[in-house]
Design a protein around this ligand. Sequence first.
Ligand code: F6P
Length: 323
Amino acid sequence: VTKIGVLTSGGDSPGMNAAVRAVVRTGIYHGIDVYGINRGYSGMVENDIVKMESRSVANIIQRGGTILKTSRSKEFMTPEGRQKAYNNLKALGIDGLVVIGGDGSFNGAQVFSNEFDIPCIGIPGTIDKDIAGTDFTIGFDTAVNTAVEAIDKIRDTMDAHDRLFVVEVMGRDAGYIALHSGIATGAENIIVPEAKTDIEEIIKSLTEKEKRKKLVNLIVVAEGGEFGGADEVGKLIKSRIPTADVRVCILGHIQRGGSPTCFDRLIASRMGFHAVECLMLGKNNVMVGVVNNRMHYTPLNAAVKAKEKFNKDWLKIVKILAS
Ligand code: F6P
């Protein structure tokens, strides 16, 4: 490869900038020209592509969001859109692509590199951690730490009032953020899409607490949980225990922003570095992940939504530690 493009796509995640920086600087180190493609695949279709220099990525390792901006492009899903994107890359002589994003973004990369002669390497960037072939995704650690900080604050007021709090965290249809942040904040209950929840058992224990006027209880709910989000769970509890003092808090997009943790900066830097090496070695259609703290390469068609990584045993820990 002599000229490569890098883009961030799908929901942003803290640490994406560190990955972009690593791709740009590793490429330049090896004498490769690196182009930043703005707004994900949209910028590829619309020819919003700029040559990056080492200084273009100065002072960004600590910044959340993505300097390249991101989007979910509809046009790239059409053959015409992809043809336009290819023509734009070809005109610049770009012969390799690094895509930082989630499984939707990898799908796009795969289709594109199967249609055209441009090898694509994926880097998992999503706060949801729901990608197969990697133990961690860029942004997850920052997101859970943000959630933990927020929930700790909620616990202070919850405890002062002996209240029941239902806190909703992100994750789309995955419960990793809920599981990790819930355990780390000592949640009494965690509701996730990956496991059945015995709601009757929860209601029973809450009813007992309410009788004793000690309803201090934290329930962390994944947004894609079995009963819906925190609003639904709050309403459900209120309908069964009308005297309960219930409050709902949806953490929302604060989980997506902020300065990345050391861990996220580190995996992003390693993944970015190795993504460029992959292109130099002639690899195509693989995702660079981290498994057991070593770099791990997974074909993009296997880097899909991962459910099997979810360790249900951890839910037992929640139960025992909260009892
Ligand atoms: O995939 C990251 C994520 O933050 C999910 O956790 C959440 O469901 C979704 O994106 C929210 O998307 P949007 O920013 O488009 O509202």
